[in-house]
Design a protein around this ligand. Sequence first.
Ligand code: F0G
Length: 432
Amino acid sequence: MNESAAQDFCCGDCGNLLEITDASWNSSNPTALKSLWRERRTLNESLDLSGVWRFRELLPVPADEQRVVTLLEGNTPLYELPQSSRAFGVPRLYAKHQGMNPTGSFKDAGMTVAATFARQAGYKWVACASTGNTSASMAAYAARGGMRSLVLVPEGKISWSKLSQALDYGALTCQLRTDFDGCLRLLQELVRRAPVYQLNSINPFRLEGQKTLAFELLEQLDWEPPDHIIVPGGNLGNSSAIGKALLEMLDIGLIPRLPKLSIIQAAGANALVRTLRDAGGKQLVSVQAETRATAIRIGNPASWEKAVRVLRATGGACEEVSELEIAQAKAEIGAEGIGCEPASAVTLAGLKKMLRQGFVKPEETVVLVLTGNLLKDPDFTMEFHQGTLFQGTADERESAKLDRFRHPPVVIDATLDAVMKTLEQAEKSDPI
Ligand code: F0G
């Protein structure tokens, strides 16, 4: 990777399929790599403490390794999901929780690499269009790297938590009266005119960093590939990055076979599903996106071609799930004591669907990628538990079937008697 690559990339041709590859990766010794990466977990250098840079043999590395912009991202937990395992009959079910990253989403893994190269290339400004998580992450890494950041977000369509992160990290935040797709179009025009470096997921350095999710996951599974990895699909950068990582690991000999990588979308933002179903994966079928899973409220995904390639290469499926299915799955993941944001919950909803279809078999090992933290969208969670999430929507009547998942707060007098009564009632209606 030469040093001018970051500059070259910012040519404004944002719809291309630019990808970083390095022929030397193929000659790596898989056994030596595995033990080197494991050993680094015991070391205290900041490059080794980062769950991204720990895998730097398979990443573009800046000229001066000490100049990386890092918040010690990655090293996220792989959780078992015992309740869902039992309920859906999949004994080997795991969640790779990328919401446990420094800014609460998977974006940090890509952002540390992209921000590092933006700084190395001498950019003063970085910019992105976002449904919220990218802007939060970019703003944080720009602040750490001494750069300024410009955020374009759809007005009224991103959660307050994500917006407040961008503000706190010092971004110049523009709420545009359009949707995410409109923000991205505008950004693409802007990067042609102004010396800003765009950090959306079409930026190849972002994808390189996001590959490490897959390296780390395989390490956590002692390099025994799961049968299925299931990810949410929005702009489709993450699925492309994970797919790239899986193919590279197979090439190098780090894994003996490929897991199937499946992508799940909200039914109201199902551009990839329709692209495959209605156009055989040959051209993008855009949609007017609408979903309460605002992180994936995207109708014109930039990396759709890469995602199609990855689905074909790994034999994965692409599915859509309804708003009710998303809300139920989010409550079920919450009940495991880990929680996630709505967009991440499409993975469990999708798994249930693929189990019914027989695409996933109960005896197979399944990993759900949870992309964002529960705290990213408190409005959704509060409205769900208070029973107002589906008010005035076509799903209102059917949403009654989710009542058993709701735990609304109760307002009572500040007396011991009132609390005791409430406790007794709860014990009766919902015994453990
Ligand atoms: N899950 C979460 C929590 C997200 O924030 C996103 C994307 C996705 C899934 C989908 O990932 O775009 O790589 O397919 N959020 C972007 C943003 C678009 O601006 O924060 P993808």
